[in-house]
Design a binder for this molecule. Sequence first.
Ligand code: ACO
Length: 335
Amino acid sequence: MAFIDKIKERAKADKKTIVLPESMDKRTYEAAETILKEGIANLVIIGTPEEIAKNGAGFDLTGCKFVDPFTDPNRQKYIDKFVELRAKKGLTPEQAEEQMTKDYMYYACLMCKCGDADGAVSGACHSTGNTIRPALQLLKTKPGIHSVSGFFLMEVPNCEFGEQIDGNGLFVFADCAVNTDFDSEKLAEIAYLSANSFRQFVGAEPKVAMLSYSSKGSAKHDDVTKVAEAVKIAHEQHPEIQLDGELQLDAAIVPSVGASKAPGSSVAGQANVLVFPSLEAGNIGYKLVQRLAKAGAYGPVLQGLSMPVNDLSRGCFADDIVGVVAMTAVQAQNA
Ligand code: ACO
């Protein structure tokens, strides 16, 4: 069974309520029809009756809850919560009302915050920044976590590297989506969150490689030191995680190269979680593997948020939305 089908089965076993704020996009309804028919999640679509009639015509949406942000009886509750959460920024009730009716992602995050939904998925027709910002502002990070990051679950077909499942190699790649500046502390936190995400979604023990263009001091540069420092911090803060670095990509995943470049390492040559040293490396890296190796790339899945909210690619198909909703529901089961 493909990775994503297993995730759908897990979502069905304990159904969660996921909000879809992109009522202006037909793919939302196509995905919703499948999600409802297969019983993957309970759904809420945010939109006016006109938007829903125009874009959702022809889809069977039996069981879906529709929330009109202009007439919803809970609207005042969400305005009050929005003002409370952004009090330090001086947000007025009028500004809150305007923002959450102009940008339904704010409405979706407020529903989550108020306990009326378990998670949200958006991004089919909004940029990553516009999808993530409301979640960062309103839901914030989990206790003890400083930064939200984004990972991809990569399923590489017929691959002898990574976690071996049904002949495929499974990996978590991070951060591929969110942070534009990394220091050693942030990298160490990304490693910790990614190890947890791997355990949650793959159900196996994570082996985390902190990637660089150097292996164990083979090159000297501030960029290399940054990763080596991150390894030290991660070892101090999370000694239970199998983690090593700095490692080049081949030393991280190819056993013979790992043995020669990092002898004695319990991770080198066997890594299944790859932590990239910059957003450029992570974002380009996942797309290379997706395109050249025809890998399944599930994500970006956000980690570190207090409640699950996930982003879609604007080039996504309805099936991708179904997959991301299933992953969000599984995150909500463990929130
Ligand atoms: N973790 C937690 N909170 C954060 C983070 C983070 N990583 N980044 C920002 N925040 C918080 C800030 O503290 C701030 O909180 P406050 O308003 O309560 O003070 C709030 O989020 C907004 O922060 P800003 O810095 O003002 O927001 P900005 O819009 O500049 O940036 C964003 C946040 C959207 C995540 C930005 O870093 C970004 O655009 N990242 C890159 C996204 C991207 O383009 N990725 C590549 C494409 S994705 C793909 O290819 C699949």
